[in-house]
Design a protein around this ligand. Sequence first.
Ligand code: SF4
Length: 273
Amino acid sequence: MVRQNLGERSMEEKHPWAAIYPGVSLGFFKEEKEKSDRGEPTSICEPDCADTCGVCGGKFNVIANPEVPEAEAEPVPPESGHGRPDPEVFRMLFSFCKEGSAVFLGHLSLIEVFPMALARADLPVLYSRGFNPLARLEIAHPLSVGITAAAEMATADFPEPIPGDDFARRMNAVLPEGIRIRAARCYRIPAGSRKRSLSSLLWGFAYGRPEAPCNYVPALQEKAFRLETLGEAGSPFSLYRREVLARNPAMDVDGENAWASYFEVYGGLYGAP
Ligand code: SF4
């Protein structure tokens, strides 16, 4: 058998991927390779760039992550209980429907749809501060492909207050067909306060079309409910999730009315929007 040597390519050779222009110059890549061979680090991207690669200056520019404004970086609020600044945020709580062709979108697709829509709507969502910053967005509970939903719940964090109506209007202008914001309210969460995630407050779900009786199903019993409703071979396309419900903090977890709407619970935690 003849084996082709697929070892290291020459720096001067024209490579198969040369037709794709990523915005970074070939000269920069070569310099980076040489620096890497010498063990020299490259500085991070910042507005006053010392290692110009060719990307910034025209259509693109590096911007600072707005999560911690300069003035809030010090001191650390003592209530936060950890060493990082914990500034105030404005959390948009919103419900959205998923219907029509959008029922074919899986959960991972859905969590890409919203950051793209936030960017297209030019809404200043906050980003996580890790190596790969992600929009600070939470969807209360994944929804299986095929199920129609009337009021799934999600949050997005902002550095400034945004009226709920404005948020819904701007998002609905850019969201794909079948996904629409139904209601949105913005809550101020003060610096150092516990930011309650939707998943930590989840009680369960209301199933049933608007004209049909409603089944209130605790989260841990959802799988059993689906099996009972559909049978082993049943299709999820016949299911309709009417609402995602939060634990009602005023009630016994197992008692009557153990659930409430997320808007009621967030209003109780953080006050009126
Ligand atoms: S700051 Fe911009 S020009 Fe400089 S290395 Fe980063 S992406 Fe390239």
